[in-house]
Design a binder for this molecule. Structure first.
Ligand code: PHE
Ligand code: CA
Ligand code: ZN
Ligand code: ZN
Ligand code: ZN
Length: 297
């Protein structure tokens, strides 16, 4: 898979920060900074040949928006989806949460367009609204997906907070090997976890499992039996001394001390973590959408 440009990902973060600054300091559901964020991402994708759809929903008497972007081609009966929530909380601009996931998948999508990659599966990218109010946009999408279309989604990859300033390297525990969450995820979740792990193994960065409990937009997907996975660099949790020994950073401090705060700005991002995660997303998209090897049955 290609190397995703960190400077291009960061340029998207700069744009999301400017949008928040121009719109009262946030990009929250029902606020003008959210729709401006949707319009920014949509224009980027339209310019490189994606087919984009803005899906509207209502929550708390406000209009919400999901942006769905399809890359033409691939098997329409095998769809690999990749998503991130684009909304922030009202307290701040939401650059780590979740400008990072949004910008990383946007740059991966743009790299699909520029690379000449011909995936065997159909690729669909999604930017969700109103995650911060209870996964409202992703839940609306899944609820309104016809049953026949649901069965065509072979996997869903989710990225929420992938540039935390005191980062951990977490993978959603699809096989529940850590005994977290209710049980293993839907069939196929273990394969997704393993593909993500293989990227980090290849760059010699140890990963830890994190709860596959539905605390982000993959929740509605696993609830209906769709395989899912993703990465996370930590939120309000505290980095242990063992974690600081293996990953660096500050033991006894939060992975993201600015989680859900006004200080979640472009200064609140660890470039190394963001670069590694963006490259891991590309690895997962390329690997999981390629034709299966001839030996596979
Ligand atoms: N969904 C949480 C938020 O947006 C962040 C989170 C992501 C927490 C993944 C746990 C796992 O605030
Ligand atoms: Ca890179
Ligand atoms: Zn959040
Ligand atoms: Zn989030
Ligand atoms: Zn696991």
């Amino acid at each position: 898979a290609p190397d995703i440009s960190l400077s291009n990902v960061k340029a998207h973060l700069t744009q999301l920060q400017s949008i928040a600054t121009a719109n009262g300091g946030n990009r929250a559901h029902g606020r003008p900074g959210y729709l401006a964020s949707i319009n920014y991402v949509k224009a980027q994708l339209d310019a490189v040949g994606f087919t984009t759809t803005v899906q509207q929903f209502t929550y708390n008497s406000a209009t919400g928006y999901n942006l769905i972007a399809d890359w033409p081609g691939g098997d329409p009966n095998q769809v690999l989806m990749t998503g991130a929530h684009l909304d922030s909380v009202t307290a701040g601009p939401g650059i780590n949460d979740n400008g990072t996931g949004s910008a990383a998948i946007l740059e991966v999508a743009k790299t699909v367009a520029s690379s000449g990659f011909q995936p065997a599966k159909h690729l669909r990218f999604a930017w969700w609204g109103a995650e911060e109010l209870g996964l409202r946009g992703s839940q609306f999408y899944v609820n309104n997906l016809p049953t026949a279309d649901r069965a065509k989604i072979s996997g869903y990859l989710n990225f929420d907070m992938v540039g935390s300033p005191n980062p951990g390297y977490f993978v959603y525990d699809g096989d529940n090997s850590a005994g977290t969450g209710a049980g293993p995820g839907p069939a196929g979740s273990t394969e997704i976890e393993n593909v993500i792990r293989s990227y980090f193994t290849g760059i010699n960065v140890p990963m830890e499992d994190t709860d596959f409990d539905g605390r982000s937009d993959y929740g509605p997907f696993i609830s209906v039996g769709i395989a899912a996975g993703g990465t996370f660099t930590g939120a309000e949790g505290t980095k242990s001394s063992a974690q600081a020994t293996k990953w660096g950073g500050t033991a006894g401090s939060a992975f993201d001390p600015c989680y859900h705060r006004a200080c979640d700005t472009t200064s609140n991002v660890n470039d190394t973590a963001l670069d590694r995660n963006a490259d891991a997303i590309a690895h997962a998209v390329w690997t999981l959408s390629a034709a299966p090897p001839a030996t596979e049955t």
